[in-house]
Design a protein around this ligand. Structure first.
Ligand code: BG6
Length: 499
């Protein structure tokens, strides 16, 4: 049987996401021969433009080494001027899509359609309503030739209430299995490798619990501020909603979840939801003690957050947040999950550090070293970006007389695989959406549970007067965040050292 046609319909195609991420991702899949059958891309936007003009605009974003592939891929790239929020616009779009698939020799019912909503979040529900009313989203349950799926960008709601409302509105018109809520962190190779590392190696899983692990740190540090016209969006959002609710919690879920029964969406997402349900909802006292929020201030030549374009001058939004979270389940009870993310920091890096407990007896050094705290020699660092590696910190004997210890590292680096650059996140996720594999997308209940955790913190801030620390641009955040490590748990990693 000949493979069917896939039409990828980007609604809101004139935004920069399309040119920066979506088209290069789709092209990357085409060059890699990843698509099963022919693919057409149809960009839809109100901006008047011809297909030729659009292709020309997109081409400026294509990497030099992909230009050859682009020359043939672009033949399937079309532009359609329409207001996708108006009945007439959608009727015309339907005609255009039907005509395009017939040109390829396929009827609409033999063509799978992926509607990518690259729209303002407030337009998700109205767009889906009108697409559905025009019969554009009706399909048999997957797998079927004429499938219809939706990809929805973040932010999915701004709190639990709005996320629930959005889920309800979408579900009036489509089934949950048709909705692909995207979190691009799940498309990163190194994030997926957390699953491989844990479940395809026998040595880690027996240690992956509160008996052996003392703390888990997840850092998502960025050097960028909110330049590039993002100030107004960011000011409404802040670090907690922009990064923790989605990316940070998704990484946490993969680190903390139980082994799923299979890699099918139903199993993996089911396990992640269980982690979110076990995340302790913070009381106001806990928010005060275990959460630090801060914003960057003018440093040297760099303007502070309050002076950024689009940011309100009396803003109280955080650009940094650090949280000492707890997971109330059998595996993780008592292990702090130290989460932090921020903008305008010293170094851009994302990593997970699992710090193991001390050996039960310090045979070689006698009394505890490092003040009252024994040295914790073992940490597993999973570097997600820009370094892509897994490193295990060990102590070994320094050669020579006596028993002097020296820290060292066992290291796996993605570069060692000589497999070329890892594919960009959007490339992988777009392919999965086309193939109907929802494992790396967020289910409706998952997004709601993540909001529940975040809302408790937000509400606590509101009731506690939202204390806001400050940090200089180019540092690793406010000193207050150091206080989230207690007793002998150590300190935040620096993104460089292994112990
Ligand atoms: C986005 C956030 O979801 O992720 C941005 O809205 C952030 O504020 C970005 O900069 C970070 O993504 P990455 O892949 O560059 O780490």
């Amino acid at each position: 049987m000949e493979p069917n046609l896939t039409q990828i319909v980007i609604i809101g195609a004139s935004g920069d996401l399309t040119a920066r991420k979506l088209i290069p991702g789709l092209l990357g899949n085409d060059i890699a021969g990843a698509f099963d059958g022919p693919v057409q891309v149809v960009g839809v936007s109100r901006t008047a433009m011809s297909t030729e003009e659009w292709r020309g605009e997109l081409e400026e974003w294509i990497d030099e080494d992909a230009l050859e592939g682009w020359a043939s891929f672009k033949e399937g790239v079309h532009y359609h001027v329409a207001d996708a929020l108006e009945e007439e616009g959608v009727e015309r779009l339907k005609e255009r899509l039907d005509a395009l698939c017939e040109e390829e020799g396929f009827g609409p019912r033999e063509t799978g359609r992926l509607f990518y909503l690259a729209l303002k979040p407030s337009l998700f529900a109205p767009a889906v309503k009108i697409l559905s009313e025009q019969g554009m989203l009706a399909c048999l349950p997957d797998p079927c030739a004429g499938w219809r799926r939706l990809v929805v960008e973040k932010p999915f709601g701004v709190d639990l209430e709005s996320a629930e409302a959005l889920n309800r509105s979408l579900l009036e018109y489509v089934r949950e299995e048709q909705i692909y809520r995207i979190d691009h962190y799940l498309g990163k190779e190194t994030v997926q490798n957390i699953i491989a590392l844990r479940f395809q190696n026998a040595i880690f899983e027996p240690l992956w619990n509160n008996k052996h692990i003392e703390s888990v740190e997840i850092t998502v540090a960025e050097t960028v501020g909110v330049e590039g016209g993002r100030g107004a969006y960011y000011d409404e959002s802040g670090a907690l909603r922009d990064m923790v609710q989605n990316h940070v919690l998704q990484v946490l879920a993969l680190v903390a979840m139980e082994p799923p029964n299979s890699m099918r969406a139903v199993d993996v997402r089911g396990e992640k939801v269980k982690v979110f349900r076990a995340l302790g909802l913070m009381t106001d006292e806990e928010v005060e003690r275990d959460v630090v929020r801060a914003r960057y201030v003018e440093t040297g030549d760099h303007v502070g957050y309050l002076e950024e374009e689009g940011v309100s001058s009396d803003s109280h939004t955080e650009t940094y947040v650090a949280i000492r979270a707890k997971i109330h389940n059998w595996r993780w009870s008592g292990v702090p999950f130290l989460l932090r993310t921020g903008k305008a920091l010293e170094r851009r890096y994302t990593e997970v550090v699992l710090r193991f407990r001390t050996p039960p007896l310090d045979l070689l050094n006698g009394p505890p070293v490092g003040g009252n705290c024994s040295l914790r020699p073992n940490a597993l660092r999973i570097q997600i970006q820009p370094e892509e590696s897994v490193r295990l910190g060990l102590l070994v004997k320094e050669p020579g007389a006596g028993m002097v210890m020296r820290p060292t590292t066992l290291k796996f680096d993605y570069d060692d695989l000589e497999a070329g650059d890892t594919a960009p996140a959007y490339q992988r996720l777009l392919l999965d959406a086309v193939e109907g594999n929802a494992t790396l997308f967020i289910r409706g209940d998952e997004v709601e549970e993540a909001w529940r955790f975040v809302d408790a913190i937000h509400d606590g801030w509101e009731r506690n007067g939202a204390p806001l620390a400050e940090y200089d641009i180019g540092t690793m955040g406010p000193d207050e965040a150091d206080g989230l490590f207690r007793g002998c748990e150590g300190v935040w990693g620096d993104g460089v050292s292994d112990v």
